[in-house]
Design a protein around this ligand. Structure first.
Ligand code: ME8
Length: 522
């Protein structure tokens, strides 16, 4: 019997189609995609979900301001999401829209179940609502009368509403968090959540009557279901939970990682687990809260006019470069600053100088000295052992760091191997060996070691820069050897001798910073 493969289910937040996405949203999705691709590389059966969160008062108002129906409005914006993900090489398996019938049914079913179990009750609500954040606040949590999350004005709500007995589950959730130290990552976010829960959970208002753009409460159609309850349910509705074919749910739930920005960890680490507990479903294994991509001028916002459009950046610099930059420059888990200057400098330094040169020097020397042929390696000498040891160890390091969700550190570990290989070129000076016919075998060994190191680097770069491998395999002459592109093939020495490499155009051309950034940016 074939062994069942390990499974890995990862999700991104489903973004609001109230506006086009900016570089911060792209950051979340790129990070999730890199994890998804990494686990695929390791042979896991991966399910990667993204989508759009289309209901709620914010969308309804934005659509009206644009003189469109909500659905017309979101249809156009969701198309731009999908276009962006295609350009950024996002390998999602499914895209869920909360306006889809498959989603609505599951939300209603779960809501009904919570009601039937006595965890949802009707009462009159009086309190404050932040529409941009779609969040309820009690008076005591407001800061200077404004939303404590985004600082914008809140609106007084007085409605008859349904409430969810969150308070009843607070102790169970705290205990769960304590017993599962990896549940909320990084640790700083876990601590924030524990103190948030300890400060007292109030029952959550989970329905609204003052607007229509949402999923009706199944037993009281005057009410629409609170948009966060609707949105969070996407993670199981997309798997067909409770439907005639729930095979994806059976296979992939519970999720292995819900990757989200730190601003919405609270919804994922408090409200969502309690909904699941109340519905009798297993909890996700992990919520990873990453930091924010900030600009010199602060957080990106339309009103400040400082929104960075990822689509334009991809057109200008390419998907691999943008992905690399985001993962490398913003320390994963913490906040980091975005600037186009830093992006160009990373491209020129890390990609053009370090990796690009390693590739072109290796191919160039093989071409020049051996007409492109990779010779079988001979005895090891000098720095060979050190290079090989690092090449063998790097997959282990990258693996351990990815398991700990330390994406930036994983990319840095990989770049240590790139640097070590460049240093190896300087140490072994193949151009000097080439002058001495007696050292031909040594030259062959040095170039074999470089080509094999490059194979390791390329395999490990794939999850972060998915466009790169095909280009390198073509240059290395092993495009038709998929067995040499895999995780299990990260065994030193599998690169066969006798293959023919070729020179090609620079994979990462240097960017002329003055031209790229323009005068106003300098
Ligand atoms: O919150 N830096 O959607 P949203 C890093 N629909 N990440 C950023 C960012 C920045 N400057 N700005 C946004 C919602 N993000 C809900 C989610 S999930 C069931 C429902 C990312 O369109 C980050 O992941 O406001 C953040 O959590 C998400 O976009 C918010 O996207």
């Amino acid at each position: 019997m074939a062994l069942a493969k390990n499974k890995f289910y990862i999700t991104t937040p489903i973004y609001y189609p109230s506006d086009r996405l900016h570089i911060g949203h792209a950051y979340s999705t790129v990070a999730a995609d890199s994890l998804a691709r990494f686990y695929r590389l390791k042979g896991y059966d991966v399910w990667f979900l993204t989508g759009s969160d289309e209901h709620g008062q914010k969308i309804e108002r934005t659509a009206r301001a644009n003189e469109k129906t909500p659905l017309e409005y979101v249809d156009a914006i969701v198309a731009t999401f999908q276009q962006l993900w295609e350009k950024l090489d996002i390998s999602y398996n499914d895209f869920i829209r909360t306006t889809q019938e498959r989603h609505k049914q599951v939300v209603q079913r779960i809501f009904q179940r919570l009601y039937d179990n006595g965890d949802i009750y009707k009462a009159s609500y009086q309190g404050w609502y932040c529409t941009p954040c779609e969040t309820f606040w009690t008076e005591s949590r407001l800061v200077d009368g404004k939303c404590p999350d985004c600082g914008r004005p809140v609106e007084l709500l007085q409605e008859e509403s349904y409430f969810f007995r969150m308070s009843k589950y607070a102790d169970r959730l705290l205990q769960y968090i304590e017993e599962h130290p990896d549940f909320i990552q990084p640790v700083s976010r876990r601590n924030e959540m524990t103190s948030f829960i300890k400060s007292g959970l109030e029952d959550l208002c989970v329905s609204r009557t003052t607007f229509n753009w949402g999923i009706p409460v199944p037993f009281d159609e005057k009410h629409v279901i609170y948009v966060w309850v609707d949105a969070l349910t996407n993670y199981v509705s997309a798997l067909g939970y409770g439907s005639a074919d729930d095979s994806l749910y059976q296979k992939f739930w519970p999720a292995d990682v819900h990757l989200v920005g730190k601003d919405i960890v609270r919804f994922h680490a408090v409200i969502w687990p309690i909904i699941l507990m109340a519905a009798g479903l297993p909890l996700p294994r992990q919520i990873v809260g990453h930091g924010w991509v900030l600009l010199d001028s602060g957080k990106m916002s339309k009103s400040k006019g400082n929104v960075v459009d990822p689509l334009q950046l991809v057109e200008k610099y390419g998907s691999d470069a943008i992905r690399y930059y985001l993962l490398r420059e913003i320390p994963f888990g913490a906040d980091g600053l975005y600037s186009e200057e830093a992006l160009v400098s990373r491209i020129n330094q890390d990609l053009a100088n370090d990796l690009g040169n390693l590739i072109s020097r290796t191919m160039g020397m093989l071409d020049k000295y051996f007409a492109g042929e990779v010779l079988a390696p001979g005895a090891l000498e000098g720095p060979d052992e050190e290079l090989i040891a690092l090449a063998k160890d790097t997959p282990l390091q990258v693996d351990a760091l990815m398991e700990r969700r330390e994406l930036t550190a994983a990319v840095s570990a990989l770049w240590k191997l790139v640097s070590r290989a460049n240093k190896y070129v300087d140490e072994t000076a193949p151009w000097a060996l080439a002058k001495d016919p007696a050292r031909r075998e040594r030259l062959g060994t040095v170039l074999y070691n470089l080509a094999e190191t490059l194979r390791f680097i390329t395999i490990l770069c794939g999850p972060f820069m998915p466009g790169l491998p095909a280009k390198v395999w073509d240059l290395l002459g092993i495009a038709d050897r998929p067995d040499l592109h895999t995780w299990p093939s990260l065994t030193w020495g599998l690169l066969p001798s006798g293959i023919r490499v070729k020179r090609g155009p620079a994979i990462f051309p240097r960017i002329d910073a003055t031209a790229a950034l323009g005068v106003e940016n300098r």
